[in-house]
Design a protein around this ligand. Sequence first.
Ligand SMILES: [Zn+2]
Length: 418
Amino acid sequence: MIVLQGGTIVTAGGLARADVGIADGRIVSVGQSLSGDDVVDCSGCLIGPGFVDIHVHFREPGQVWKEDIETGSRAAAAGGFTAVVPMANTEPATDSRALAVSMIERGRQVGLVELVPAAALTRERRGHAVSPVEELWDAGVRIFSDDGDSVAGANLLEEAMRRVAGLGGVVAQHAEDATMTRDGHMHEGTVSARLAIGGLPAEAEEKVIARDLELAEMTGVHYHVQHVSTAGSVALLRDAKSAGFNVTAEAAPHHFSLDHHSLEGRDTMMKMYPPLRTRDDVTAVAAAVRDGTIDAVATDHAPHTVEEKEVPFEQAPRGVIGLETSAAVAWSILDGNPIAFFERMSVAPARIGGFVEQGRWPGVGEPANLVVFDPQMVWTPDKFESRSRNSPWIGATMRGRPVATFHRGRQTYRSADR
Ligand SMILES: [Zn+2]
C-alpha cells in the first residue's frame, strides 16, 4: 500500500489532517498513523483531487517537434494533472471517430493522465459543416470546439448547438471575431499604440460571447467560453449566470496574472491569443476566478520551439506553455482558500469535461487520482518536462508546487526537490 503521510486532505466539507492509503487504484483508507510499504512524506502539503486541464495543445498528430502526447502527458503529471483535454487543432483536425479513438488509445498507452480529446465542432475546423458529433460522442468526446478559430456562422453554430445539446455535450468557443483581429498581434490599447503593433480589441471577444449566449439560450446547450480575457466578457458571464443560462467558463493563468505591459519589450514569450489585456481586465478575470463566475482554470498549454519564437514579434506564433506552472499561478490568487483552489483546478473542469473518475474529493473508495501540493514551496521555473519551453514565467519566483501526482493509484510524478 502507498501511504501519503502527514498531509492535509482537502474536501468540500473542509480540511483535515489525515494519512491516505492507496491500493489497486483506489483510496482504501483515510486515518491517523497509517503504515505501508511506500510512504510519501506529505508534511505541510495539501492532498486533493488531481488537477484537470480542459484546454491543452499536445500537437499530435502534426507538429510533434513542439510536443506530443507522451511529453505533454509528462508535463501534465509534473504539473499535478491527472486528466487533460487536448484541443482539435491538430493536423489532421480531430473531426472523426477514428482520430478521437486513436488519441484516447495513445493517451492510455502513455498512461500518465486520462486523455480525452475535444473534437472539432466543424469538419476540418473550416466552419462550413458540422462535424459528425454523434459518432464523436460515441467515441467518448464530451467537448466540441474549433479552438484556435472561432465558429463565425450563426446558423451553423445553432445547428451544432442543437445537435450537441441532444447528446448532452459541451459547445466550447474560442471567442474572437476574426474580422476585427486580422492584423492584430497584441491587445489593442495604449501599449499597442505606443509600439505601433496591430491590436486585437476586447470587443472582438465580447461580441462573439454576446451573440453565442443568445444561441445558447435558444438551444439549451451547455455553452462554455474558453480563455476569458476581458472585464467585459466577465460581465456578460455574470449576467448570463444570474439569468440561469447553462454556461461555464475557463481562464488561463496568464490572463489573471500578466497584462499588456509585459509586451513593452516585444517579448515573443508574452504573445498569446487572446492577448494579455489591461490591468483592469486582469483584475476582473482574477476576481471572477475567485468568486466562481469563471468555473475553471485551463492553461491553453500551447508549445512552440525556441526557434519558432525567436523571430520578430509580428511573425512569432501565438501561445505559451502552462501545465507545469498553472497550479502556482492559480495558488497566487486563491491562496487562503484551498477548497476554491481545488474547485477551479479539479472539480469544476472535471465536471465540464465529463470525467466521472476525476475531480472527486478524496475519500475511501474514490479513485486515486490525486495531487500532493506544497503551498509553501518557493521555486523558479527553468527546466520543463514539456518538449517546448515557451513559458512567460522562466526565471520568475513562484510559490506552490506539486510534490507528487497519482493517476489511478500509480505515481506519475514525484518532485526531486523534497
Ligand atoms: Zn483558443
